[in-house]
Ligand binder design. Structure first.
Ligand code: KG4
Ligand code: ZN
Length: 375
């Protein structure tokens, strides 16, 4: 169980504070966090509300359980959440030095994600809210990923912005007018970029999760060794595709692996494939992000999701933002990958007097304006 030291602890101020337990079980991380923020009576919050502080943040990863399969197995994920969620919550409460009586609300991510995994989090959140007689606040995992950048930079407004989510489940561009007023602009037609990293690592025999091992192997490789595809580069449509890239890496590997004479040459081949794949993945994200910045006219880019850890991608996005005079906001790693602290976005709902009924449901997919009703 990893926990992140509190960035700011309970305020010595005697004014009433709002305290919320946030839960995250959308995929393969179980998270619980306690956040704290100024209290406002309904309708009394300023137009630019204060940014909550993270009092405790506990995350357990299921990497060891999914590793042998080379990707997340939904049923294993749900069962692991079932086993770990209560210990994770207990640790988050203990680190926050709070009891359930100190809480003013329970927040939980209810979309998008693996349905069985979401159901575990929502069931626990409903039970807690019912038991302590406090409101239940549901939040969108994608909006939470973007809000993570705001948590990391509480002094600087990061909204409105262009949002980019690059993770194991999503490759999505979003027009964010505020943290809760977000429109889907474009996304992947097949695999998510993180999923492509995981699949390519698996076919090259590098292990799981793929992102960090591909990045490590790529250091010794030549990113120009293989000319892998950059799909839709000539089109203005904001779409990504990674299944063709994955197949191209597989073909190049199959065509070249018998030509290598020894272990050293084999390592060089793997390094060149990893570097060329990583360059293609980063290029296509930077290119579509550039088009989306032009299209929306936003002066800020906020990036979230585990693939944001990738240095090649970061460099491409930094170069892009420097050239376009756009400010770039990427949360530190502990806030970039899945965590419950980013559920602090639900504070904004509480400020609006919103809460969710106890008969609410989860939603596995992302609602897309081009496919109404579909995920
Ligand atoms: O955001 P995240 O923790 O969980 C999801 O919501 O999916 O992202 C996990 C993904 C995995 O696919 C992993 O391979 C990828 O992020 N990842 C990376 C790196 N570190 C993690 N991808 C590329 N480079 C990295 N350094
Ligand atoms: Zn995520």
């Amino acid at each position: 169980m990893n926990s992140t030291p509190a960035k700011s602890v309970r305020n010595a101020d005697t004014r009433k504070r709002f305290r919320m337990l946030c839960l995250e079980t959308t995929c393969d991380e179980t998270g619980a966090a306690v956040i704290e923020a100024p209290w406002f009576e309904p309708g009394m919050a300023p137009a630019l509300p204060p940014v909550p502080s993270v009092v405790s943040n506990v995350v357990t990863s299921q990497i060891d359980l999914h590793g042998p399969f080379g990707g997340v197995v939904p049923e294993i994920a749900s069962r692991a959440h079932l086993r770990t969620i209560l210990p994770v919550i207990r640790q988050a409460m203990a680190e926050a030095k709070m009891t359930y009586d100190d809480l003013d609300a329970i927040a939980v991510a209810t979309k998008p994600g693996l349905v069985g995994a979401l159901v575990v989090g929502l069931s626990v959140a409903k039970t807690l809210a019912l038991t302590i007689v406090k409101p239940l606040l549901t939040y969108d995992h994608i909006e939470a990923h973007l809000f993570a950048a705001q948590l990391a930079e509480p002094e600087v407004p990061v909204f409105p912005c262009l949002g980019l989510i690059v993770s194991g489940g999503h490759t999505t561009l979003l027009d964010c007018r505020t943290a809760l007023d977000v429109t889907w602009l474009g996304g992947t037609l097949d695999d998510a970029v993180g999923e492509a990293f995981d699949k390519v690592a698996s076919l090259l025999g590098l292990g799981y999760p793929g992102g960090p091992v591909i990045e490590k192997a790529a250091v010794a490789g030549d990113p120009k060794a293989f000319a892998f595809p950059r799909p839709f580069a000539q089109e203005s449509r904001l779409v990504f595709s990674y299944s063709g890239l994955k197949t191209a890496v597989l073909r190049a590997y199959e065509q070249n692996r018998d030509k290598v004479a020894d272990a050293g040459e084999r390592d060089k081949l793997i390094a060149d494939l990893a570097a060329s794949f990583q360059a293609a993945a980063a290029d296509s994200i930077a290119h579509k992000t550039k088009q989306a910045l032009k299209f929306t006219g936003h002066g800020r880019l906020v990036v979230g999701g585990g693939v944001a850890a990738n240095m090649a991608l970061r460099k491409s996005l930094e170069d892009l933002c420097r050239k376009r005079r756009v400010s770039l906001h990427i949360a530190p790693m502990w806030l970039c990958t899945d965590n419950a602290a980013m559920g602090a976005v639900a504070y904004l709902k509480w400020l609006r007097g919103e809460s969710s009924p106890l008969d609410c449901d989860v939603m596995a997919g992302l609602l897309r304006p081009d496919k109404p009703g579909k995920s």
